[in-house]
Design a protein around this ligand. Structure first.
Ligand code: 3HC
Length: 289
């Protein structure tokens, strides 16, 4: 296929707005979409905050920020916006039914060369591909939070993904300054499968009183040089997101992924992590994003 110039990002939440931002900073035209004007506006405001932070730190020129902002259009109609897209990246909640509906609608409108990317953390890319009219053009493009900072792009090949689509995904990774790894479609891929088990065990340790949240995190930060301990990282990712991934991996891979009762309770209590100001830790209002 010809080079990717226009990207549609579906979902303006934690991951979607970050993905739109890095695409725009790399000179791509982007349409950021979500279900409501309010959700889109929230995503755009998070992009503004991140770009401002980069300008303040001297990592981005003011003109580059303006160029990036000018490259971002918004919409509440993902299928309509995809009518001239080279690449669509879905970043909606981890709900298979939602993703299938979305890809069905998008693939009915998108041109025959469009690549369909999904930012799913753990669900089956092969199953998602079944909702489109061409499984060869469907691929996992798994980003990491915070997207402007994290170097990795995990490219996930579904059963029907073509070599041409994989090559285009690799080229896209280079274009946006990410280092790609290519993995086979399997539950949790390479990253979530390993990352989630550490977070899950940390929650079990907290639950059974092995140590405080601060000390469990310090164990990994200071003893293993992780940039962030597993509980603080769960707060960053979102406890609801982690629970959804664990439920899926528990069904697919077995007992070691059974979600801890404490995680379920915290999600029921609305303690979803940094995005709401409260998870394993508390976050002041200005630190939420
Ligand atoms: N936008 C732009 N820049 C940002 C940013 C953002 N949203 N967030 C952080 N930064 C920049 C900061 O400005 C800072 O820049 P500097 O080096 O020039 O000063 C740099 O990143 C480091 O940030 P801080 O100084 O604020 O704080 P830290 O040094 O503690 O780093 C962190 C923060 C980058 C989040 C680091 O703690 C980290 O790497 N944590 C682990 C993150 C991780 O593991 N993410 C993966 C989660 S799993 C996932 O996303 C998968 C999904 O499917 C669930």
């Amino acid at each position: 296929m010809s080079e990717i110039a226009k990207v549609v990002v579906v979902g303006a939440g934690t991951m979607g707005h970050g993905i739109a931002q890095v695409c725009a900073q790399s000179g791509l035209r982007v349409t950021l979409t979500d279900v409501s004007e309010g959700a889109v506006a929230k995503g755009v405001s998070a992009i503004d905050k991140s770009l401002e932070r980069m300008v303040q730190k001297g990592k981005l020129a003011a003109e580059a920020r303006e160029r990036a902002r000018a490259a971002i259009a918004t919409s509440t109609d993902p299928a309509g916006a995809s009518a001239d897209a080279d690449l669509v990246i879905e970043a909606v909640p981890e709900n298979m039914a939602l993703k299938l509906d979305l890809f069905r609608a998008i693939s009915a409108r998108a041109p025959s060369h469009t690549i369909f990317g999904t930012n799913t953390s753990s669900l089956s890319v092969t199953e998602i591909a079944g909702a489109t009219n061409d499984a060869a053009r469907v691929i996992g493009l798994h980003f990491f939070n915070p997207v402007p900072v994290m170097e990795l792009l995990e490219i996930v090949r579904g059963l029907g993904t073509s070599d041409a689509t994989t090559d285009a995904a690799r080229a896209f990774a280079s274009r946006i300054g990410k280092r790609p790894i290519v993995v086979k479609d399997s539950p949790g891929f390479a990253t979530s499968r390993l990352g989630v088990i550490l977070g899950c065990e940390a929650i079990r340790m907290l639950e059974t009183g092995v140590a405080s949240a601060e000390d469990i995190d310090a164990a990994m930060e200071l003893g293993y040089r992780h940039p962030m301990g597993p509980l603080r990282l769960t707060d960053l990712v979102g406890l609801d997101v982690r629970l959804a991934i664990l439920e899926h991996l528990h069904r697919e891979l077995g007992e070691q992924f059974r979600p801890p009762a404490l995680l379920r309770q915290m999600v029921r209590a609305g303690r979803l992590g940094k995005k709401v100001g409260r998870g394993f830790y508390e976050y002041p209002a200005d630190e939420k994003k």
